[in-house]
Design a protein around this ligand. Structure first.
Ligand code: BTN
Length: 221
């Protein structure tokens, strides 16, 4: 469970609220954001009707394992949304269109970093053209989606800390549409192109035998 839950009708970014707070085990939620942030400095359109929240964590994990947190956040969303798939590392898509984005940020000291996992889900809100909202597909309760994602995340997080990453990884792989596809991944150190073969033990994506730890993945046809 979370030690603190903060609800905002409007705030600039729940990730910023979480960072300001600076301690683990809190949840920040907003009905809309005026400066929602996406990965790579992009903006995240955050109008009313969507879900925007961030959790703060300080898990007793090795630094190299932190990417697993983002992956289990994506899994927790995907398992709450029928017909959805994970695009490595952390988008959730329906019919190839983005329904959820995740922005993880690291703060604090290296020995015990504070991880902020920010999640945006298109539920009944306006979204960019390549996106999709759940309400376009079926009747949906914002509250139910939120509660299901939080329940899933709490369970999956506990499993991760209990050393059950193997099971989690299998479930991620099963839902990951990138695996088996030809992909192009833009990483901080260059572009990798090839067949995505697996999610490996450490959460990286194996592309034609090479492990990719971070990047933006495009599915090629
Ligand atoms: C992406 O796909 O680029 C990531 C988008 C992450 C958006 C969420 S909404 C809640 C949290 N607060 C933010 O400012 N961003 C994340």
């Amino acid at each position: 469970g979370f030690k603190e839950v903060h609800f905002y009708d409007v705030t600039d970014s729940t990730n910023s609220r979480a960072k300001e707070y600076g301690k683990p085990d809190a949840l920040f939620f907003a009905n809309r954001q005026t400066a929602g942030r996406g990965r790579h400095g992009r903006k995240w359109l955050s109008e009313e009707g969507g879900l925007y929240f961030s959790v703060t964590l300080s898990p007793p994990l090795d630094y190299s394992e932190l990417p697993k947190l983002t992956l289990i956040a994506g899994l927790s969303v995907a398992e709450a949304i029928p017909q959805s798939e994970i695009k490595w590392p952390n988008d959730v898509l329906i019919k190839g269109r983005k329904v959820c984005g995740i922005l993880s940020e690291l703060h604090g000291e290296v020995e015990r970093p504070l991880v902020i996992v920010g999640v945006g889900i298109n539920v009944k809100n306006p979204h960019p053209e390549n996106g999709i909202s759940l309400s376009e597909l079926y009747d949906v309760s914002r509250r139910e989606v939120f509660e299901q994602v939080i329940r899933n995340f709490s369970k999956n997080y506990r499993m991760l800390l209990d050393g059950r990453w193997c099971e989690l990884r299998r479930r991620i792989e099963r839902r990951c549409s990138s695996v088996g596809k030809a992909v192009r991944v833009t990483t901080p150190s260059g572009v990798a192109e090839g067949i995505a073969e697996a999610i490996s033990e450490d959460g990286s994506l194996v592309v034609s035998g090479k492990k990719i730890y971070a990047g933006d993945c495009i599915h090629l046809r």
